[in-house]
Structures are given as C-alpha cells and as structure tokens.
Design a protein around this ligand. Structure first.
Ligand code: CA
Length: 224
C-alpha cells in the first residue's frame, strides 16, 4: 500500500501526538493545518487515509469531508471535540468512514486507522469470496468494486461492506443490529441510526431505490 496519512488538525499539540503515533507504526504522515491546505495536499501527494478534525479555521471538517467525497473514495476518519448524535450523523452523512471523539487515546486512533485500511480497497480485507449480484447491481468482493448496469459506482469502504452484507442475503430481512455486526464487525457501535444513514447513502449512489426495502419495525432486505 502506497501513500501517506493526511492529518488535518489546526492544534499543533494534537497534530504532533497523532503524527508521532502514526509514524511509530510505520505510516508516512502529511500534516495540514486547515481544510484548504488539506485539499491542496491531497492533489500533491498520494494519500491512503485522511484523519480529519472538525473544528478548523476556514472551512470546517464537514465541508472538507464533502469536498473530498465529491472527488475521491479515500477513507476518512473524523476527529471531533463534540460528542452528540447530530455531529456523529452529520460526519457519516458527509461521507466519513469512522469517528473518534476528543480526548482520544492515540493508540485507539491508530487501531481505528488500521481497521479502516484493512477494509479499504486493496487494504487486504475480504468479506467472503466471489461476486454477488442482484438485478444489475454487481459486487465483486475480491476487487471490492461495484457496478450498476455495468457502470462502476464509487462507495466508501463501509458502504461497500453494508451492500455486501445485504446482497449476500437476498430476500432475508436483516435487522439493524445484525447489519451492524456484519458490516461494522463490532467497531464503532454508534447505534442503529448509523445503519439508516448508510442505507440512504447507498440508495442514492446506486440509483436503485427498490433494491433495498425498508421492512417496518424489522430492518432491511434486498429484493431479489
Ligand atoms: Ca481544531
């Protein structure tokens, strides 16, 4: 795997801590102090993951996240001083892969970074083997790619895992808790609303609103 971890953080002490721990684990690190600088750095270096603070001078982390998502599927781990549901959901809606709240343990942050990279395309993770398809939506678990009607669709690693879990059980109602187990594997058990947010994002990206059906009071199911 090539590329650095881009750390976007305006507070020097936190940036130094995050950089030190990531470097100790062998990661190359690029530091940006603002969202604007982060977007510049991203076009300058190959970046394999972004650690993104929300409270930044200039454009905030949510806006950086949205702008990154409009041009790349690079995994994003949000750092935030705020720990309420609205912010967490806003981060996921903006396209982040995971979320860590300040004050955080640097070890935990590095563990989350590694977990995201294991799931990311080319990161070495496999969610089962072989392709899955329902209708014209096709998912290849080996290459972690998705096409709709033969056209590639870019998903975040979490959206990919969620779609893989759903497509592996066509016609079966999967509860939100079960989907958290399958696609989140026990990490970031942030509540079932997280599943709803990601299903909504998947529906939007796939353009097949009938594919994933909401089963009232029960969960979701893929309509085969
Ligand atoms: Ca900050």
């Amino acid at each position: 795997m090539k590329g650095a971890i881009l750390v976007v953080e305006d507070e020097q002490a936190i940036a130094d801590l995050v950089r030190a721990y990531l470097r100790r684990d062998g990661f190359g690190v690029v530091w940006a102090r603002s969202g604007e600088q982060a977007l510049e750095e991203l076009s300058r270096h190959p970046v394999r993951l972004v650690v993104l603070d929300i409270g930044l001078p200039g454009i905030d982390g949510f806006e950086v996240c949205r702008r990154l998502r409009s041009r790349t599927g690079v995994p994003i781990l949000i750092l935030s001083a705020r720990d309420d549901e609205v912010d967490r959901v806003a981060g996921l809606e903006a396209g982040a892969d995971d979320y860590v709240t300040k004050p955080f343990s640097p070890r935990e942050l590095v563990a989350r970074v590694k977990a995201i990279l294991r799931r990311a395309p080319g990161g070495g993770a496999t969610v089962g083997e072989g392709p899955l398809a329902v209708g014209d939506v096709e998912l290849d678990r080996a290459s972690r790619t998705v096409t709709v009607g033969g056209e590639p669709v870019e998903l975040t690693s979490r959206e990919f895992d969620l779609l893989a879990a759903l497509l592996a059980h066509p016609g079966v109602v999967l509860s939100r808790d079960r989907l958290l187990e399958l696609a989140w594997q026990g990490e970031f058990a942030g509540g079932t609303r997280t599943v709803d947010v990601h299903v909504a994002q998947l529906r939007g990206k796939l353009g097949r609103p009938g594919l994933v059906e909401t089963v009232r009071g029960a969960g979701y199911k893929v309509v085969p």
